[in-house]
Design a protein around this ligand. Sequence first.
Ligand code: PEP
Ligand code: MN
Length: 337
Amino acid sequence: MIVVMKSSASARETGAVLQQIESLGFKPHISSGEERTVIGIIGSDRKVEPAAFDGLAGVERVIPILKPYKLASREFKQEDTVVEVRGRRIGGRQVTVMAGPCAVEDRAQVREAAKRVKAAGATILRGGAFKPRTSPYAFQGLGKPGLEILREAADENDMAVVTEVLSVQDIPAVMEYADILQIGARNMQNFNLLEEVGKAGKPVLLKRGMMSTIEELLLSAEYILSKGNYNVILCERGIRTFEKYTRNTYDISCVPVVKKLSHLPIVCDPSHAAGDRDLVGPLAKAAIAAGADGLIIEVHPKPEVAKCDGAQSLHPDQFDTLMKEVSAIARCVGRSI
Ligand code: PEP
Ligand code: MN
């Protein structure tokens, strides 16, 4: 349920509505748009009687949100959410590029990757210190020392850091070094982890699970939003289908569908969708043409010797070329990098 306030409603009138929601045992969530304030009433499955707001000054109307996700829906918030990270904006007219290696391997690798991707126009450095690997014998990441390396390389290049948080116990360490907490595809429905990153308060990059529907993605975002963290960036990274020539099937339609259903920004990860560096460029360009708010791309100074995902990692020179092409496409759709 949402309470739409009149554009003329005063702070006192809004305050009275908030009080009424709390006295009914629900948690209010406020969305202050340019035009008017909307208050979401979120709590349990218990029904709220619209009549409870009858006669309260400043209330224009009380309407139900029909979608199962509430705070993530366009019904709750019509304007696009713009997530601010260290002075950069994700969403709105901006196209933001996050790039770097799949995994943090050593200081020299990350420093070189950061320098190159920054020079090409990326503003957020990616890299996994905690890696979710299919095999327990594969490289699992450097852990905390990896976070330190990432932060140092990002600071040297005036970049923000996005890195994966694999489990609740890693949240404090990742909070210390990262600007955006990444929830990987395999953890999209780890509800406990979603709630904890919701409470942690830093922006979250939520990747779509490889077997998840768009509705499930939005419901997972809802877990984070419902804990009061509204800075969620969604990420399409490909889903599993019967197709074998790509690592995953890139669901480009996820972008316009999410834009229709939700106010949250969405970025695309062509690297994990493709699994092959030759395909990354076309998929990256398609994302921006389709309206994505940004990209997350794997780039490695020497992909041939990468400990993780070398086949889908771009050489820095390829990333340079791609960034020029992506900028041109961004301009065509009225946006800029
Ligand atoms: C990653 O970004 O390195 C990663 C592991 O991605 P995903 O969770 O999408 O597989
Ligand atoms: Mn990877």
